[in-house]
Design a protein around this ligand. Structure first.
Ligand SMILES: [Fe+2]
Length: 161
């Protein structure tokens, strides 16, 4: 299977439990949610940008990182731990459980660590992944745009290719 690690993550009990808890915690959230639609958008936009920019990227690594990058939101919402930090520890555990190779695991954790701050990205893929996370949000179609705390110049007010 091409997306072998990605699909093992999808079936992992720990991942399923975190995703279910996150869905429950965000039930009444009016702003952007951190759900499977968002994760897949981040993966697809990352791959698209990599193709456009001529950056080589392993598809399984990108999709796996996208599935995991916001999973730490559960601990941010319940314990106040920043989700990029909490997500690294959760991803480490889940990736070990799915027998992810060590080099791939450390690269995925690196993408999670830098996904909120492009200056922390160690390479072009890290910068693209961080940008894709932001580009995935449909601000132009958001009913609570005016109350969102994203700076106006960061909001996606137009559809870009
Ligand atoms: Fe995200």
């Amino acid at each position: 299977m091409e997306l072998e690690i990605t699909n093992r993550i999808l079936k992992n009990r720990n991942y399923i439990a975190q995703l279910s808890l996150l869905k429950e915690l965000e039930t009444d959230r009016e702003f952007c949610r951190h759900d499977m639609d968002h994760f897949l958008s981040v993966a697809r936009i990352t791959m698209h940008m990599c193709r456009e920019m001529g950056v080589r990227a392993d598809r399984d690594l990108v999709y796996a990182a996208a599935l995991l990058h916001d999973i730490g939101r559960t601990q941010e919402m319940t314990m106040g731990i920043p989700h990029d930090l909490a997500g690294q520890a959760l991803a480490d555990c889940i990736l070990s459980e799915v027998n992810c190779p060590e080099d791939m695991k450390s690269r995925i954790i690196g993408l999670i660590a830098a996904h909120r701050d492009i200056t922390k990205a160690g390479d072009e893929l890290g910068r693209i992944f961080c940008a894709a996370d932001k580009k995935s949000r449909k601000c132009f179609d958001c009913p609570v745009l005016e109350r969102c705390n994203w700076p106006d110049d960061k909001k996606n007010l137009y559809i870009e290719v």
